[in-house]
Write a protein that binds this ligand. Structure first.
Ligand SMILES: Cc1cc2nc3c(=O)[nH]c(=O)nc-3n(C[C@H](O)[C@H](O)[C@H](O)COP(=O)(O)OP(=O)(O)OC[C@H]3O[C@@H](n4cnc5c(N)ncnc54)[C@H](O)[C@@H]3O)c2cc1C
Length: 440
């Protein structure tokens, strides 16, 4: 008789974590009820279609894996791979582009540290101290920080290594090389995906959101409630007893949600957690007749101290086919930092225009009076995401331990509650999808 009763999974949050959670719950035979506070699904992910091409509001692609290929096959979606000519990633230093922005000595120092220095993070070591100890100062400043900053948009000194590499085990005394070899030797053999590396969709990331939306709606008993903000977790849990609850909101929203929850209030004091810090991120996508890229490339990363605010620029016209119409070039500029908290679209645009003019002349030698210089100003799309990411620091690490304990207690009580999102086990969409697909 019991087998005839369908399990119910209640999901809070309709971003990629919530939608993939819903997909995986339906796959395992559950009925899903999803609550999304805004009037649309996707959360941080969203694609706008301008007359000149496609504008991604946040993510423009993600790393592929065999489980993602299975997901997209179930959703009838076709993955798009980047153009092969878009591989080049460059670093900007001293007004020039470099594939290797450091001296040969700094490179040798980095290789030495990678092969021989104990990589286990010390308890009070921030990521900058850890990286400088292992790779040396220059390697850290000009390679590690811009590369990590390109993903986490945060300065290394604010980050904590176990929080960033939460799935990676560092063994005492072992170098990073030996840890990596050990990690890959013991990792479960994964089926290789057909397409390796970065992927997206012909019509942008919105295709994935639409595909998941349709999949959930096609399951006749499952429901999506838009404009439905869940505020009081005590009441919500009381009225959803015996169902599995999956909380798939950002860290900022998760804290809002659980701060009055009785169980959380009981356990929280045990953990050494101070206040949380968040990162504001801004993307500016523009279309135009010129580009700062002197050749076909993926993008440029900017180390600190180059007198620029920008953290990275993507060459959209090179990465995925069909991203531009009418005008030949499109770039996405990424800004982050505390200064953005008080910034307006107008103030960010001023900085962008100034920095872009500077880079046009430095990298592409476009003269000030070149008629093509002004044309790019016609089509600019600015999006500021407040509190988009947490800072991956020690607080976040402790907070995740706290959530693990909550999940364990709820499981024991027979009322499973699970937390998913970019503050749990990785920031990228691939990690989010894979975590949401595994029933923990
Ligand atoms: C500028 C930028 C660029 C990025 N680029 C990439 C990239 O190229 N590749 C990559 O892999 N990743 C990228 N990322 C990261 C990735 O996009 C995010 O980590 C991911 O989209 C987060 O998804 P999520 O579902 O966990 O959270 P969110 O997208 O934040 O979704 C949470 C959802 O929950 C809803 N919600 C919140 N509170 C409640 C409540 N109380 N009740 C009901 N609903 C609620 C929200 O409205 C939202 O829809 C980028 C992120 C940014 C900001």
């Amino acid at each position: 008789m019991n087998n005839l009763i369908t399990k119910k999974t209640i999901i809070i949050g309709g971003g990629i974590s919530g939608l993939v959670s819903a997909y995986s719950a339906i796959q395992s035979g559950s009925t899903v009820i999803l609550y999304e506070k805004s009037n649309q699904l996707g959360g941080l992910i969203g694609t706008k279609y301008s007359e000149n091409g496609l504008v991604e509001q946040a993510a423009n692609g993600f790393l592929n894996s065999s489980s993602i290929e299975k997901l997209t096959k179930d959703l009838n979606l076709k993955l798009l791979k980047p153009e092969s000519s878009s591989k080049k990633r460059r670093f900007f230093r001293n007004n020039k582009l470099h594939s290797l922005p450091i001296s040969i000595f700094a490179l040798l120092r980095g290789i030495f540290g990678f092969c021989f220095i104990n990589s286990e993070p010390n308890l009070d070591e921030n990521m900058q101290e850890w990286s400088q100890r292992i790779f040396g100062k220059d390697f850290t400043e000009f390679i590690i920080e811009p590369a990590i900053g390109g993903i986490y948009s945060t300065e290394l000194e604010l980050m904590y290594v176990p929080s960033v590499f939460s799935k990676f085990k560092f063994y005492n005394g072992k170098s990073l090389l030996r840890n990596l070899l050990f990690h890959f030797k013991n990792k479960k053999k994964e089926i290789k995906p057909n397409l390796r590396g970065l992927v997206s969709f012909q019509n942008g990331m919105q295709e994935l959101i639409k595909g998941l939306h349709t999949y959930i709606l096609n399951n006749s008993k499952s429901k999506i409630h838009l404009n439905s903000k869940i505020s009081n977790l005590n009441h919500f849990l009381e009225s959803n007893k015996n169902n599995e609850i999956r909380i798939c909101t950002s860290l900022f929203e998760t804290i809002e949600l659980i701060k009055e929850w009785e169980l959380a209030k009981e356990i929280f004091p045990k953990y050494d957690i101070c206040s949380f810090s968040y990162q504001t991120i801004c993307t500016i996508t523009q279309f135009g007749m010129n580009t700062i890229f002197p050749y076909k490339a993926f993008g440029i990363l900017f180390p600190r101290n180059q007198n620029l605010f920008v953290k990275g620029v993507l060459a959209n016209h090179c990465i995925f086919k069909g991203r531009v119409k009418n005008l030949p070039y499109s770039e996405t500029w990424i800004y982050s930092g505390d200064w953005l908290n008080d910034a307006t679209e107008t103030s960010v645009k001023e900085i962008f225009v100034k920095e872009r003019n500077f880079l046009l002349s430095k990298l592409n030698k476009l003269r000030n009076n070149d008629p093509n210089r002004k044309i790019f100003l016609h089509d600019i799309h600015i999006k500021i995401w407040k509190n988009a990411f947490p800072i991956y620091n020690k607080n976040l690490y402790n907070f995740n331990n706290f959530l693990d304990e909550i999940e364990f207690i709820c499981e024991q009580k027979g009322n499973p509650i699970r937390f998913y999102g970019n503050y749990r086990n990785g920031i990228g969409i691939r990690s989010l999808i894979e975590n949401a697909m595994i029933s923990r």
